[in-house]
Design a protein around this ligand. Structure first.
Ligand code: IYR
Length: 230
């Protein structure tokens, strides 16, 4: 392979980059196909226990990790768990929080808004899925001397990485669900994460059960989610 062309910008080495381009017609069909593909994605709550190779999970995490981030700090850790005892422990702890949530923390309005999704305090998917992947945000980093410095746009960065993770799961032919038990500090404790990490989102990852039903959702039309000013 040819050595990449480089240049110096404000004292730092930059490499030549040629983004892929396509004829306009192909761009239209590619963008439509990608939309159709993503539009097929559904959050699934019922998982088969069929194993998924670790290599696939590594690739999903690497895909998520290509996300842009504030000052390229990549302020995330994706903690992947297949250990059955640990998954059971996490399910139990999540259900303790969810019970409190559904029984007292969540407003009546909130529960009414969720009713059509059929969710409740029971989270069997945490035990059933072959993997759960917990995204942690790193609110700060430790310098070599042990001092701390804050990261930038952490929620935005980790949110983007999680979105890219979800689309990578869809691309691999697996399913997931965004689970956000609240509060979720029990996850850092159970998983032994360092003090600079906060749980952000939990993803069960695996195959859907043989026959699953999902809520009949309608996605908003283009005019409802956009505004064009030409
Ligand atoms: N964390 C709870 C409640 C919940 C909240 C929203 I907003 C949802 O879209 C779905 C569920 C749970 O996981 O059941």
């Amino acid at each position: 392979m040819n050595k990449k062309e480089t240049t110096i910008v404000k004292g730092f080495e930059h490499i030549a980059y040629t983004p892929a381009t396509y004829p306009e017609e192909e761009m239209i069909s590619r963008s439509k196909a990608y939309y159709n593909w993503l539009n097929n994605r559904r959050s699934v709550r019922e998982f088969s226990n069929r194993p998924v190779p670790k290599e696939i999970i590594e690739n999903l995490i690497l895909s998520a990790s290509t996300a842009p981030s504030g000052a390229h700090k990549q302020p995330w850790t994706f903690c992947a768990v297949s250990n059955q005892e640990l998954k059971s422990k996490i399910r139990k702890a999540a259900e303790v929080e969810e019970k409190l949530g559904y029984e007292s923390r969540m407003s009546e309005r909130w529960k009414k808004d969720l009713a059509h999704l059929g969710t409740d305090m029971h989270k069997p998917f945490i035990e059933d899925a072959p993997w759960i992947v917990v995204a942690f945000k790193k609110i700060y980093e430790f310098d070599k001397d042990g001092s701390k410095h804050n990261n930038y746009y952490v929620n935005e960065s980790v949110g983007i990485a999680c979105g890219m993770f979800i689309s990578a799961v869809q691309n691999a032919g697996l399913v997931t669900l965004t689970h956000t038990p609240s509060p979720m500090n029990f996850l850092a404790k159970i998983l032994g994460r360092p003090s600079n990490e906060r749980a952000f989102m939990l993803f069960p990852v695996g195959y859907a059960r043989e026959k699953v039903f999902v809520p009949k959702l309608v996605r908003k039309k283009i005019g409802e989610v956009s505004c064009f000013i030409e």
